[in-house]
Design a protein. Structure first.
Length: 317
């Protein structure tokens, strides 16, 4: 996000809780190490000092922990004079708890989520495909695994007693980067998650599917996820299954940006101007080509090409 902001001409202060973060090391003249958001008031004081010294007027929260903290401290952030754009506490709470998210969507027949199991359900009837066990909170798929036997599941539950147990999905996994103002139709850019590592896309490719994009837009509107978000799910043979919504852009949003969708450009413009309406006609300006994002240690490669799949020469960032 910060890299794309610089490419649009914004003056950016890079901030991270890890002092060895590559983004901080490579942008040291305009970089700031901050404590984790979990440190509460210490984090807020450090953020305030960094923003004041740099002259920042807005802040973009790009991690789940920061979003959760910010949703609970909107008044304090406003008093700092920092423009930010995140949903309500209620929306952040639903999207931050994978079990609450599944329970909420179960009330609406438009949206399907994976079948969830209780421990009692699995006492005598363990699914042949196994059980997907994941933590209720957190991002990046940390600690998630497919348990192929009750013994494996019990071992996992001993470390994660409050974990969420769901069916194993086998269809095409997707992410969708979205931007919703609260009034206009959300911008939606779906991406196939072709390869993942610890829950993060390492190879992802944008694609266009009008019916899927409409359904994702309906979900974002139902949850009132204003600002940026990343919807995740699977394209199963019998329909779309939603697994979670992250209240931030996904790690692969660079593919959406380079796909000429105006997604990040509009987010930055609306964040800095505090305007909350998309320009007229923006939804019809997306190109029909695809963009592939490839992450390997040390660099990122992007390939853009037509729907036929013939890629152009890659660009290295």
């Amino acid at each position: 996000m910060a890299l794309q902001a610089k490419q649009f001409g914004y003056d950016v202060l890079w901030a991270d809780a890890d002092p060895l973060c590559p983004a901080l090391l490579s942008n040291s003249p305009q970089a700031q190490s901050l404590p984790p958001a979990s440190e509460g008031v210490v984090y807020l004081e450090a953020l305030a000092k960094a923003a004041r010294n740099f002259g920042a007027t807005c802040v973009s929260f790009n991690t789940d922990a920061e979003v959760r903290y910010a949703a609970d401290h909107l008044t304090a952030l406003a008093e700092l004079g920092l423009s930010q754009w995140i949903p309500s506490q209620r929306t952040v709470r639903i999207c931050s708890d994978k079990a609450e998210f599944a329970n909420y969507l179960a009330r609406d027949s438009r949206f399907r989520t994976p079948v969830s199991y209780s421990v009692d359900d699995l006492e005598s009837d363990f699914p042949a495909a196994g059980v997907f066990a994941k933590k209720r909170a957190g991002s990046g798929g940390a600690g998630a695994m497919i348990c192929s036997s009750r013994r494996e599941l019990d071992a996992w539950l001993s470390r994660n007693p409050d974990g969420l147990l769901q069916e194993v999905l086998t269809g095409q996994e997707f992410s969708a980067d979205c931007l919703y103002t609260g009034s206009d139709l959300p911008l939606v850019v779906p991406r196939r998650r072709l390869r993942t590592r610890s829950g993060m896309s390492t190879v992802t490719e944008t694609f266009h599917d009008a019916s899927l994009e409409r359904l994702i837009a309906d979900l974002v509107q139902e949850l009132q996820v204003v600002g940026p978000s990343c919807v995740q799910g699977f394209l199963q043979p019998d329909g779309v299954v939603f697994t979670e919504v992250n209240v931030r852009f996904g790690g692969g949003c660079a593919a959406a940006f380079w796909g000429a969708t105006h997604l990040v450009e509009q987010y930055l413009s609306l964040l800095t101007t505090r305007e909350r309406r998309l320009p007229a006609g923006l939804h019809g300006t997306r190109t029909s080509g695809t963009t592939t994002l490839v992450r390997v240690p040390g660099y990122v490669t992007l390939q853009a090409g037509p729907e036929t799949g013939a890629p152009a020469a890659p660009a290295k960032l």
